[in-house]
Every structure is written in structure tokens, then in C-alpha cells.
Design a protein around this ligand. Structure first.
Ligand SMILES: [Zn+2]
Length: 311
């Protein structure tokens, strides 16, 4: 990988089982820069299949992107490592990917994936989307004007709810190997959109070329513009997230949560009370942790009322 990597910056979104496996494989490859994006916190339940993290990272306070960059720094030579400790939403995705040549989406929920896909289409950058489940792994290669992720998963918005299944690290390693090879091919040879699938039961692999869907709402002729993301989704590690896609008034927010401690941090506000916390960005992205699913939903609708009432 050595020769071409020096001029390439990559953005790895998602540092879970697949992301941490992939980062370990490429850490010493000499990339110009590696940007790592994840809003999740390292949990002790991650340690058995995400070997990039250490026991000391799992104290419930350390962000995955920050820990991953820190733990690969010694092997990374001159590579610039940058961490983005948040979940990407429509508002921040453009600035997150702007410095990278190839976007590698290893997130485990479809909503983030669709946000990333739209940003990839808008920017015209090269991208790889990968995922892994108990039975198979897949890597989707997007190059310039080839089919986008939405072309393949036109109806994915509803059917793919977050499945928080823990996948063995050997399966993730297998997919990371394929990712690494496809990344090298994509940069050095180019090529068109294709889907690589691997079956873990018999090890068979397939490579399917994909055509753009002319009716795709993201990359086709009949684009309807941005699809806003109001939906509520449960994250695998910690909590729930949603976006109101509306500027957050921090003063109004802290007034609405009496009894919560509030502090500002890097353009975000953190409200906390006991084990419960609400992190809100100026752009209306919310991350709730320490809430049960029912109370998180109630909280989401309360927040919605709070921000939609009046101007
Ligand atoms: Zn498309």
C-alpha cells in the first residue's frame, strides 16, 4: 500500500467492531491523514471484539474516535490522525469529509449511512460502504458517478432498524481485509460501482457490478432535494439519537431542564443529572444516554415541542 497512500487522506466513519479492525490493519500504511468519526463511548462490552481499545479506555467517559486515534498513533508514522467525537448528521457531514479523498462508512445504522451517502454524492468523492453480520460481510465500492448507496437500498429507510448484534472480530477482520484491497483498487485503478459479498459459512465471494438507478432520489434525475432526518434511532452502544434539523437555543434548552446541570463544551451543550445526559449541538442533533427507550422517546417529543413552539 505504501506508494499511493502518502497522497491520500481517508475518513473512517464508525469505530465499532468493523471500524476498529480496519483502523488496526491500515494504521501503518503511510496515509497522508486518517480521520476517525464516532460519537460513541468505549464500553467494557466492546473490549472482547474491538481489540483497538484498552481496558483503561472503558471507564465510561472515553470517546471511541479519540481512543482509536490515540491507540494507533505509535504505529502511524507521519500520518495525521484526527478524531471527530460525534455522530454525523446532515449539518456536520460536509465539513467532516471535506479534507479526505476517500470516505469509508463503517457505521452500523442505516440513517447515518444515508446521510453519508448523500454527502458523498454531493461531493463526488470516492467511497466505500461496508457492513458485517453473523452470516456475511459486504463492501460496496462507489467511484465518482457510479451507483450510490441509495440506488441499491431504495427502501432501506424503513426496513433496516438498528440491530445491535455483536459480531466476532474474525468476521470483521475478514471484511477489513476486503476493504483494504478494494480501497487500494479504488485509488490506483478506479473502476465502477460494485458490491463485494463474502459468506462466512463457506468463504465464497462474489463481485457484482452495479448500475445507477435513474429514479434514485439522491443521485438520479428526479432528485427531490435533501431528505430531512427527524427519526429517532437507538444506537448500539450508548443511547438514542435524533435530529430536529433546527437551530438549538441553548438558553431555552437549559431552562426547559430544571434540575439538570448544564455545561458548554466545544459548541455543544451537555445537560446531565445522575446517569442521564443530553448532548445537544447548535444544529439540533441530540444524543441521549442513560434513558430507557420509553423515556428517551418521551424526551424526544418533549424536545420537539420545546423547539417547535413559537419562533
Ligand atoms: Zn443513487
Amino acid at each position: 500500500m505504501e506508494r499511493w497512500t502518502r497522497r491520500i487522506g481517508i475518513c473512517v466513519i464508525g469505530a465499532g467492531v468493523l471500524g476498529s479492525s480496519f483502523l488496526q490493519k491500515i494504521a501503518g500504511s503511510g496515509f497522508r491523514e486518517i480521520n476517525v468519526v464516532d460519537g460513541d463511548i468505549v464500553d467494557k462490552r466492546n473490549l472482547h471484539n474491538q481489540s483497538i481499545y484498552r481496558k483503561a479506555d472503558a471507564d465510561g467517559k472515553v470517546n471511541k474516535a479519540v481512543a482509536a486515534c490515540y491507540n494507533i498513533r505509535e504505529r502511524s508514522g507521519n500520518t495525521i490522525l484526527r478524531s471527530f467525537p460525534f455522530y454525523v448528521g446532515e449539518r456536520r457531514i460536509n465539513s467532516v469529509i471535506s479534507g479526505s479523498d476517500v470516505i469509508i462508512d463503517l457505521t452500523d445504522n442505516i440513517e447515518s449511512r444515508l446521510v453519508i451517502n448523500r454527502a458523498v454524492v454531493r461531493s463526488g468523492k470516492k467511497a466505500l460502504f461496508a457492513s458485517v453480520n453473523q452470516k456475511q460481510g459486504f463492501v460496496y465500492v462507489k467511484n465518482g458517478n457510479s451507483a450510490c448507496f441509495q440506488c441499491i437500498y431504495r427502501n432501506a429507510r424503513v426496513k433496516d432498524a438498528a440491530r445491535c448484534v455483536s459480531v466476532a472480530s474474525e468476521k470483521a477482520d475478514k471484511v477489513s481485509e476486503i476493504l483494504k484491497r478494494e480501497l487500494s483498487n479504488l485509488v490506483s485503478k478506479g473502476g465502477n460501482g460494485s458490491l463485494v459479498q463474502v459468506s462466512f459459512s463457506n468463504g465464497s465471494m462474489s463481485n457484482t457490478p452495479l448500475k445507477k438507478d435513474p429514479d434514485c432520489e439522491v443521485c438520479g434525475k428526479n432528485q427531490k432535494g435533501q431528505i430531512l432526518q427527524y427519526r429517532f434511532s437507538q444506537l448500539c452502544g450508548n443511547g438514542f439519537k435524533f435530529s430536529l434539523e433546527r437551530k438549538t437555543r441553548f438558553d431555552r434548552l437549559s431552562r426547559g431542564f430544571k434540575g439538570f446541570k448544564s455545561r458548554n463544551f466545544d459548541g455543544e451543550i451537555i445537560l446531565s443529572k445522575g446517569k442521564k445526559s443530553i448532548i445537544a449541538s447548535r444544529y439540533g442533533d441530540f444524543l441521549l444516554s442513560g434513558f430507557s427507550p420509553a423515556s428517551a422517546k418521551a424526551m424526544a417529543s418533549l424536545l420537539q415541542k420545546l423547539f417547535y413552539r413559537g419562533g
